[in-house]
Design a protein. Structure first.
Length: 418
């Protein structure tokens, strides 16, 4: 039993009729889940009191377990912590009104089903905790995929993103059930804040005046969407440090939803600049070969491709302008002192920029040749041409800075060899 002996007798009642699990009363179900959670937590606490770290383990015996190899029965302190986190998450899940009535179904659910059920009901922090436990238990990258990264992206993109853009998400496999997740989002936001400093936002879960929002159903839905977006920002910023590409996956999920036409500003900046500041030493569109500890790796070229894929060519031009303008804002000495032979390479995807330029040119030509284009379409094309011109100006200044920095590179090489 993953929760210890406390639930052995109670859960075994349903084993006599596996085709029709016994549904206990609420009081009995609550007692089983409370005992399961308490026994798991107590087990972790008892083991942690052992003085020697090498002695912090359990080796269950009895109940026909003697025939199982000891290596398979051995429970280390990490195993017990994972089980305690899972038991706590299952207890929280069992208290929800949309959870299964059978305690046996809850306790025997697989990790994948548990994560899916928790995230669907808004228990994002518990779902991430279970995913972290599964990842640390298996270790390694089966099939080249990090289990925690994969589960985290699934939780955020499948459930939290729709909640943050005010989309209607049903509960219970398409049964059309809906309920507010404000309380769950508030709890997850408070737990996520313990991972590090919370990002700046217009609204925080701990400072919400619920009385001013509950005047009607639309206000509650707007509150939930705002808080969910804040939580999405917290999770994306906190976990992008160790989950590479998380910000870009979240951005892709938002654009694929079709409910919003623009990405949030914080998400665009996270994809373009990561944790870097305006020091000009990030290689423009290139990835850092050895990123600093607790730093977020940006992927502006990936963001460009994402915008192009969703036909947002003006946004793609803005990415080029922002990245190149960032370099121009730096001092000339800082730019010229970066030697390519020491790994300081500035990468610019000129082929991608050329493709973007040609796409806009094709749209412009088609619009001019078409007599049926309305004024709105012509206005949008003019705005697109204007953004392309800004991109061309940024590229010209970039080429000028490259020519100017050649002399500085020669001086820097001389000084480095001296």
């Amino acid at each position: 039993d993953m929760c210890g002996k406390a639930t052995a007798n109670s859960v075994s009642l349903s084993n006599s009729a596996p085709q029709k699990p016994i549904v206990l009363c609420k009081a009995a179900s609550k007692k089983i889940m409370d005992d399961a959670c308490l026994s798991a937590q107590a087990c972790v606490h008892a083991v942690s009191l052992t003085d020697k770290a090498s002695h912090r383990y359990l080796l269950p015996t009895g109940n026909n377990q003697d025939n199982i190899p000891s290596e398979s029965r051995l429970l280390t302190e990490e195993d017990l912590e994972r089980r305690a986190a899972r038991a706590l998450a299952l207890r929280m899940y069992s208290m929800d009104e949309y959870s299964p009535d059978s305690v046996d179904d809850i306790l025997k659910s697989t990790s994948r089903d548990t994560i899916d059920s928790l995230a669907m009901l808004g228990y994002y922090d518990q779902a991430i905790a279970v995913a972290s436990g599964v990842s640390s238990k298996r270790k390694g990258l089966p099939g080249g995929v990090d289990l925690f990264d994969d589960a985290l992206k699934y939780i955020l993109c499948t459930y939290l993103v729709p909640a943050s853009i005010n989309s209607r998400v049903t509960i219970g496999g398409g049964r059309g059930l809906e309920r507010s997740k404000v309380a769950q989002i508030c709890a997850s936001s408070s737990a996520c804040a313990l991972l590090g400093p919370a990002p700046q936002s217009r609204i925080t879960s701990s400072s919400v005046n619920f009385a001013s929002w509950v005047s009607n159903a639309q206000s509650v839905k707007a509150l939930e969407a705002t808080m969910a977006m804040n939580l999405l920002q917290q999770y994306t910023t906190a976990y992008s440090v160790k989950c590479r590409g998380l910000a870009l996956d979240v951005a892709s999920a938002i654009l694929q939803s079709g409910d919003v036409s623009k990405l949030p500003l914080w998400l665009k900046e996270l994809c373009m600049f990561g944790s870097s500041t305006l020091d000009g030493n990030n290689g423009l569109f290139a990835h850092q070969p050895m990123p600093k500890e607790n730093s977020i790796i940006a992927d502006p070229a990936g963001l460009m491709r994402l915008f192009i894929k969703h036909h947002q060519y003006g946004e793609a031009c803005d990415v080029v302008v922002s990245i190149l303008s960032k370099q121009l804002s730096c001092s000339e000495d800082a730019t010229s002192s970066r030697l390519p032979e020491k790994g300081s390479i500035d990468y610019v995807p000129y082929d991608l920029i050329d493709m973007l330029w040609n796409m806009i040119e094709s749209i412009s030509t088609t619009t001019v040749q078409s007599n049926s284009s309305g004024e709105d379409v012509k206005s949008q094309v003019k705005s697109l041409i204007k953004k392309r011109n800004c991109m061309e100006n940024a590229l010209e200044k970039h080429f000028d800075s490259l020519r100017i920095s050649e002399e500085g590179l020669k001086s820097a090489r001389t000084l480095s060899w001296a």
